[in-house]
Design a protein around this ligand. Sequence first.
Ligand SMILES: Cc1ncc(COP(=O)(O)O)c(C=O)c1O
Length: 382
Amino acid sequence: MKRIYFDNAATTPISEEVIEFMSDLMRSHYGNPSSIHKEGREARTVIEEARKKIANLIGASIGEIFFTSGGTEANNMVLRCAVRDLGVKRIITSPIEHHCILHTLEAMENETDVKVEFVEIDNKGIVNLANLEALISEDAGKTLVSLMHCNNEIGTLLDLDKVSAMCVEHNVYFHSDTVQTMGYFPINVDETKINFLAGAAHKFHGPKGVGFVYINGENIVKPIINGGSQERNMRAGTENIYGIAGMAKALEMSYENLDATREHTLGLRNYMKSQLLENFEDIQFNGDHEGHFHFKTLTVSFPQSPKSELLLLNLDILGICASGGSACSSGAEKGSHVLEKIQMDPDRKSIRFSFSKYNTKEEVDFVIEKLKTIVQVKEAVI
Ligand SMILES: Cc1ncc(COP(=O)(O)O)c(C=O)c1O
């Protein structure tokens, strides 16, 4: 049975070109990049070329890019280094960040004397910028603002330029978790002043288990993983050379096709949205779905009905991959913290469909037809 992959916010299929590129490298480059012989030097060159490519794409210097095991490690590194090495005393974040931010901050509150404050958000997940400015303006010691560029569950976007300008004006550090937007939006640290950002290759058709962190050169920080002198002493351990090279290739391909990818993916998202509205009873969309949203993400909620129970499981059985979530109502069942914080009705069933350049309109039609068999259709449609 053909399967349809509409879960591209969770991860993306690796593009064929990247698979080819990585496979060739695996055969030809087996040296340890720290070895001084020819094989080692060749492996080192692959890594440094990847660093140069990524730095150029996002407007950074090569010394500002460090490779990590993914978005989680990159974000951990920023938060921990900011407090330990830069003297940050207060971190302002939002209650709907990814768990790799929220759980790290929770741990850090126990381990250090850092104070964590939460900016207000509304029921679309939009950050209240006036509240952010009021918090930043308080005289509360060295501050880091950590806000995600795009929420992975509901697709709401942050205005990076506005927050950046605010942070510059008030002289506070700014970190953005750009894991959902890297490779989709023309992020450029030359144009948008930002101290730290994070990327993960598997979100933009690269391999899993590899990512990078951008740390603005003015910020001198120390490693959180100690050992050898890899990554200019910033992250010990033999480098994931194939992952790193594959990530740079995938990011390069993404930047070359930003407009085409946007046009295609946004078209699918909007078509899916119109089909859902046309066919189903009492449909709602989560997040800032008509304002500032990620074009790859569409999170829809259906009213409670016996048919909508086990929706994700039924979709899976029908060959469709999507993600779900419910708001946490009783505390007994662990629901989505994001849906809970945007005060989503816990009785409604949310499904996140997320698209990529590889999806087609025919796939949307197929999903709509299958959905008709498991959720309440409009009477006119019957
Ligand atoms: C917004 C956001 N931040 C961080 C991460 C974590 O990235 P990784 O899976 O590469 O550790 C994800 C992945 O789901 C994400 O969507």
